[in-house]
Ligand binder design. Structure first.
Ligand SMILES: C[S@@+](CC[C@H](N)C(=O)[O-])C[C@H]1O[C@@H](n2cnc3c(N)ncnc32)[C@H](O)[C@@H]1O
Length: 524
């Protein structure tokens, strides 16, 4: 196949422009609709709901290709702690608000007591989508993404591309949970006589991903709420903003805390806590405020005009971000790399397993270092030095050398056991990026062996034979292939970050061993 001719390229550009204009017009009417619901970025919203937009005083919708795509930008300088968006309770889409207005759904759902709050909200969402233009949420529903890249949407090829057992295990677990959740609601969806395309697994995955990646926490429903416009804020890791401000900001999880969704919606005890700004004595990101009967969002830091205004949905590793939101961060300060630990390492301390990891900068976590120091101590001496290790202090240079050597050789062994190297992954990402940019898949002839094999396997998994093809235009391919390329890229990016952290750990251990060596005079 050949690349588009200049004439065809012009037609594509024109089509694209026409589509953008159409989208802009529909967004303008969406923002007007939101204003009518009482959503506003002004601390003093107009009394009548005749405003032509809910934005413009503080925020505007903008595109940030490098940080989340569609998001919200400041239209003026914002001060930390300033109210930036208010959405009254009536503008929040919750299970209750949908069920209250739909008697058929209310009657049907009564017989399904065992469904979790998240399942109920997903059913409500599908019911509203099924209504089409008749739904009072229609302007909002049409602005939701058509598909998501969260782990539950990964296919077998993309799952395998994660390469690391823990990540593959988690992906398989979330996929099978999504399938079993769907099976549990299948009878209800049938009973509600939704259109066939809304009762299948694909639709269920879409609804669950919408909830996973967009709901805000509300105190009365552990499934959270969907907040038009309020769900357009992209994510910044908590703590990132403190570098730019004087007061350190506490970590308040604004979007729904995921742990609370697991099981039967048991609340996370932290959710009851209000995380208060040390200066203003007020919620930092925001939350539902009973006295105002509204969801109120506040600037987490000072913003310059046109800067993207971000929220911290919570503290997440890159795997968590992929699981719940379908993206990952470069330089995520909360990244954790877990490595396999032998049983006797666990047996000699009481640190929780999830505290034993390698940090994003390659250093072992406080607990991992402490646990390894104890494990590297002869068993009969552990009791007497236990408190020193627990306090984070070095037991001896020799002990630390053993620990660093253990870590170093384990990181090396893990890297060796993985099917591709850092260099392979970098080449693969370049090839994937080129395919996305040129909108065509071409098997590059200079790929390293492991990357070339994977590229070929991708083509085969998409039923695009690997051997004979030269160029396949993405625009001519089903969206399934384009989505798969995006997810494959995420998987490669994730495993590359994992490997880079192990490489940093190896460097850290080598440097430390060097410093501790007798030649440096630090050994006793
Ligand atoms: C609450 S929505 C934010 C608005 C979203 N960009 C949109 O267009 O509707 C959360 C989703 O935005 C994207 N996102 C948010 N923050 C991001 C970031 N820092 N980098 C990349 N994607 C991000 C992810 O797809 C995530 O699931």
């Amino acid at each position: 196949m050949s690349l588009p001719s200049p004439l065809n390229q012009r037609t594509i550009v024109e089509q694209h422009r026409a589509m953008e204009e159409q989208q802009q017009a529909s967004f303008t009417s969406f923002l007007k609709w939101a204003a009518q619901l009482g959503i506003s970025d002004s601390p003093h919203p107009p009394v009548s709901s005749s405003s032509s937009s809910c934005l413009g005083h503080t925020l505007t919708v903008a595109n940030f290709p490098e940080a989340g795509g569609r998001g919200l930008a400041a239209v003026r300088e914002l001060r930390k702690g300033e109210l930036i968006l208010t959405a009254p309770k009536s503008a929040l889409m919750t299970s209750q608000s949908v069920i209250d207005k739909d008697h058929v759904l209310a009657r049907a759902i009564k017989s399904y007591h065992s469904l979790s709050p998240t399942q109920v909200l997903a059913v409500c969402l599908l019911v509203e989508v099924n209504k089409g233009r008749r739904s009072s949420w229609y302007p909002y529903l049409t602005k939701l993404p058509r598909s998501y890249d969260i782990l539950a949407s990964f296919g077998p090829f993309e799952t395998k591309a994660l390469q690391v057992d823990d990540a593959i295990w988690l992906t398989e677990k979330v996929i099978s949970k999504a399938v079993s959740d769907w099976r549990e609601v299948a009878a209800l969806l049938e009973q509600l006589k939704l259109k066939p395309q809304l009762v299948n697994l694909k639709a269920w995955l879409w609804a669950s991903a919408t909830i996973s990646s967009r709901t805000l926490h509300v105190p009365w429903d552990s499934a959270g709420c969907l907040c038009p416009v309020g769900d357009l804020f992209n994510y910044a890791a908590p703590g990132e903003e403190s570098a730019a401000t004087e007061v350190s900001v506490s970590d308040y999880s604004l979007l729904q805390v995921r742990a609370s969704r697991d099981g039967n919606g048991t609340e996370d005890p932290l959710l009851g806590d209000e995380h208060i700004d040390a200066c203003s004595g007020r919620l930092i990101d925001g939350g539902y405020e009973e006295d105002k009967a509204a969801y109120c969002l506040y600037a987490k830091k000072n913003y310059k005009i046109f800067e993207q205004v971000l929220l911290s949905y919570g503290t997440y590793t890159n795997l968590d971000l992929l699981e719940h939101y379908g993206f990952l961060l470069n330089g995520n300060p909360n990244e954790k790399v877990f490595i396999p630990l032998e049983h006797d390492i666990y047996a000699c301390h009481s640190w929780p397993a999830d505290s034993l990891y390698i940090q994003h900068d390659g250093k072992p976590s406080f607990a991992l270092l402490s646990a390894l120091r104890l494990w590297a101590t002869p068993q009969n001496q552990r009791k007497s030095v236990g408190y020193i290790a627990l306090s984070g202090s070095q037991l001896s240079p020799e002990n630390d050398t053993i620990v660093m050597k253990w870590l170093l050789s384990n990181c090396r062994a893990i890297l060796k056991s993985l099917p591709s190297t850092v260099e392979d992954d970098l080449s693969l990402l370049e090839a994937i990026g080129k395919a996305q940019l040129l909108q065509s898949i071409e098997m590059p002839n200079n790929l390293p062996c492991a990357a070339a094999i994977e590229f070929c396997k991708f083509l085969e998994s998409m039923d695009l034979c690997c051997g004979g093809i030269e160029v396949v235009l993405l625009s001519a391919l089903p969206s399934k292939v384009k989505k798969s390329i995006d997810r494959w890229e995420l998987a490669v990016q994730w495993r590359l970050k994992y490997k880079k952290t192990l490489v940093s750990c190896i460097s850290f251990c080598s440097r430390t061993i060097e410093i501790l060596s007798p030649e440096n005079g630090l050994s006793r």
